[in-house]
Ligand binder design. Sequence first.
Ligand SMILES: [Zn+2]
Length: 219
Amino acid sequence: MTDSSVSAPQSLLPAGSFPYRFGRIVLLAWEEVLGKEAFERVLRETGDPGLQAAHFADPRPLHFKLEAFGQVEGALDTLYGEQAGRGMSLRAGRIALRKGLREIAGALTASPQCRGLRSLPLQSRILRGAELLAEVFNRNSEQVVRLATEGGSLLWTHERCPYCFGRHTQRACCHLLVGTFQEGLAWLSGGKHFAVEEVSCSARGDPACTFRMATAPLT
Ligand SMILES: [Zn+2]
């Protein structure tokens, strides 16, 4: 296994929080999948008035707590069942990646690391793309992402994962991030599909959340 270098987190956010600028992208993605009324019901189901207020706040807050996404995932499971909730979060994750790319499009274009990305061979392009995304996560929040390669796969390990922080589940549950990776790989490869699996999850007692992504597309 080869570890890849990703810079350490440099967040200035209060402990246990997540930046609203990026968090709102995720909330809006869920809202797009569910529709406004149904998503409001999900937010009420979380039982967290702070999260409901943050979604609609004006002026917008700078951050919300790290448990927020896990609360939404839990409310989806309660209201729609685990399987349907998983499908909704996978779709929301794909939408969030597209929204996120638009949010950081300027920074991406200006980034020297991003220049020439499209001309790299596919596997190198995927590794470079994952490094760029991990940098965004590490720089802007308390999340700690480590990357490694193993055989023909890329391993993304996420400590203090905001998609399950504070949750206790029987099965791996960070579905939104799986959807985000699926869409990211499609974006990097010009629309191809790749196997992505969450192989360990903090919510079910593993030390961290780890995702295995194939770097060769499905046929
Ligand atoms: Zn997780």
